[in-house]
Design a protein around this ligand. Structure first.
Ligand code: BES
Ligand code: ZN
Ligand code: ZN
Length: 486
């Protein structure tokens, strides 16, 4: 999609569709007000009304989109409005539309433009890779959005560029999650990293099974040993370490399919488990965005990738694994596999002496019980880092909610025969998983983000969502890193 900024006035441009975003009970501009009954459009959040221009305004049609109360207007509202706008254009099979604001936003122009661009791009996203025989109407794509504004030209252009870079990262993550497990195997995931590296200018290394064996990646190997699709360990590096340049490690769970292994999942819980690499996908998307945004940071993306299958070669309950760190893990349930591959991923991150380790994973069903699909579960060893991520969550619209990591939870995962056991019982299932991970990060500031409830949506809750992979985490991480880079 092309998104451009045009200085001027929305209602003076002759177009097929002009989208006017308006606050609750704000007076509509002359030329539009007379096209409707005032009660038909109050400007409530997400309210829309399509009116046909007569000779009072230049555009053929005007779509009014409500943004709610002016003082409460947020980036999230604009993201949703952008999505509603592009979807209206698409439903009318229009290649292009214009968009503008009725009134002053209580928001920096750059942030407003970024949010609008994100909404427009993401609202147009569809995954139809495997749909044959679509009609032209079904294949139709909107190609051009023009944001019309009469001030703050430069900041808005910058905001549009950032919003598009971030949205492309989100869509890349969605594509990866939506790919079937039989297609996006660990090896294919590794290949994706290599091509990402080439197009974005990242240094990419993908370790194969022989290399994992040589170097002692016991966690990744154990989880992957039951599958004919061999595991990989993916490392993507942007920028270089240097004085005054923060190093951030992003670690993502890359289970390309999670059947549960020998502790097999029931069928109704197994479908959608192609999305168990959603954390890894978020890391891919964030790495792409960071490179496009050219942030002055050193960012390392680490994605252990494996397929968890039951077979004659699979790891089994009661096995004891020696992880890359040397710490031993007693396996009580092979379905708690994410934390086992992440143990290796997190330990590996320490070699970069990072200023922060941010890890994302579809780790526990328990986080869905706790928070549903409306927040990411967060646990951290550093309150300073957790506060930064919380703030990024509010700003990006990908909200996080923190849970504690007290000593009592660490007690719950101590093993009689090994250093740790991989489950702590039903109680506090998300927290004991987070506590388990914290054993592998040394003293580096660490935040764990459990995205099991947010990475995949059968029915999207937001206008800029789409069925399937959400790409959650990309906007959150991009916002955190953008702020860090300021
Ligand atoms: N990948 C799942 C968690 C999950 C569940 C993600 C639902 C997305 C939606 C994870 O590997 C898993 O199976 N966790 C188990 C842990 C249990 C065995 C302690 C779970 O949550 O049931
Ligand atoms: Zn599992
Ligand atoms: Zn899993």
């Amino acid at each position: 999609m092309q998104i451009t900024l045009q200085p001027g006035e929305l209602l003076r441009e002759a177009t097929d569709l002009a989208v006017l975003i308006s606050f609750e009970d704000a007076p509509l501009p002359a030329g539009v007000a007379e096209l409707l009954e005032p009660a038909d459009f109050r400007g409530k959040s997400k309210q829309t009304l399509l009116v046909y221009g007569r000779d009072t305004v230049a555009p053929r049609r005007v779509l009014l989109v409500g943004l709610g109360k002016q003082e409460k207007a947020s980036a999230e509202g604009l993201r949703q409005a952008g999505a509603l706008a592009v979807q209206q254009a698409r439903s009318m099979q229009l290649r292009a539309f214009t968009l503008g604001l009725n009134g002053e936003l209580p928001l920096a122009p750059e942030l407003a433009a970024q949010a609008l661009a994100e909404g427009i791009e993401l609202g147009a996203y569809r995954y139809d890779r495997y749909r044959t025989g679509l009609s032209d109407e079904q294949r139709f794509t909107v190609e051009h959005a023009t944001i019309v504004a009469d001030s703050a030209e430069q900041p808005m252009r910058a905001g549009i560029a950032s919003g598009q870079a971030i949205a492309r990262g989100v869509m890349f993550a969605r594509d990866l999650v939506n790919a079937p497990g039989g297609v996006l195997t660990p090896a294919a995931f590794g290949d994706e990293a290599v091509s990402l590296g080439k197009r974005a200018g990242l240094n990419v290394v993908v370790l194969d099974k022989a290399q994992l064996n040589e170097q002692g990646f016991g966690g990744v190997l154990a989880v992957g040993q039951g599958s004919a699709n061999e595991p990989r360990f993916i490392v993507m590096e942007y920028g270089t370490a240097g004085a005054g340049t923060p190093t951030i490690c992003l670690v993502g769970k890359g289970l390309t399919f999670d059947s549960g292994g020998l502790s097999l999942k029931p069928a109704e819980f197994m479908s959608t488990m192609k999305s168990d690499m959603g954390g890894g996908a978020a890391v891919f998307g964030a790495m792409q965005a960071v490179a496009e945004l050219k942030l002055p940071l050193h960012v390392v993306g680490i994605v252990p990738a494996a397929e968890n299958m039951p077979s004659a070669t699979a790891f089994r309950p009661d096995d004891v694994i020696t992880s890359l760190s040397g710490k031993t893990i007693e396996v009580l349930n092979t379905d708690a596999e994410g934390r086992i591959i992440l143990a290796d991923g997190l330990f590996y991150a320490q070699r970069y002496k990072p200023d922060a380790i941010v890890e994302l994973s579809t780790l526990t069903g328990a986080i869905i019980i706790a928070l549903g699909s409306h927040a990411i579960g967060m646990m951290s060893t550093s309150q300073e880092l957790a506060d930064k991520i919380s703030h990024a969550g509010e700003a990006s619209g990908e909200r996080v909610w923190q849970l504690p990591l007290w000593d009592e939870y660490h007690e719950m995962i101590k093993s009689q025969i090994a250093d740790l056991k991989n489950i702590g019982g039903r109680a506090a299932g998300s927290i004991t998983a987070g506590a388990f991970l914290a054993n592998f990060v040394g003293d580096y500031p660490f935040v764990h983000l459990d995205i099991a409830g947010t990475a995949y949506a059968e029915k999207p809750a937001k206008p800029y969502g789409s069925p399937g992979g959400t790409g959650v985490g990309v906007r959150l991480i991009a916002e955190y890193l953008q702020t860090l880079a300021k």
